[in-house]
Design a protein around this ligand. Sequence first.
Ligand code: GRF
Length: 206
Amino acid sequence: MNRIKIAVLVSGGGTNLQALIDAQKNGKLHSGELALIVSNKPDAYALERAKRAGLEALAISRADCGGQEGFETSLMEALDSRRIGLIVLAGFMSILSARFTKHYENRIINIHPSLIPSFCGKGFYGLRVHEAALAYGVKVTGATVHYVNEIPDGGKIILQKAVYVQPGDTPEILQRRVMEQAEWLILPEAAELVSAKLLNDKESKT
Ligand code: GRF
């Protein structure tokens, strides 16, 4: 069956990648197939998860490629040689240039651990997002999946899911709840939605 080939870019523990792997296994993700996992950190546990799931896993670091431009060129070669149709950023902690995002316009999605436009943009990533939400005193936070363009967290919103802040929450406790109750649900759902859209666009062109 003709499916969109998906690459997942990771940097850390890979719990969002695991949610995509599980969604593929239980049939929730079926218009796209996980085809390649790339980490910019060679020791990312996400690579272990990929190998355990029998997925091709690469580590491409900026240091090995002589800087940002070389890193992105190697990444683009790895993606284009495998005819990747959709790129999913899942805990990927690296900037991507306008050259890169334009090359894959409307084919890169990212999971951000807040309800954009709150607590997003430059410097808002990982635990820092939840520290800022707690410092502000919001009663509701959540996660957002959005298209990626050259503006950090600036692309069109695809899905969001709200999560209540509880009394006594620490950043770590809140992060875990946002992952469990929002990120791990809406990222696979968004990957399926966008894959189905890309597949439909492709078929309507043939
Ligand atoms: C999490 O804070 C998640 O919200 C953000 O990246 C961090 C690590 O995610 N997207 P993962 O466990 O590596 O998927």
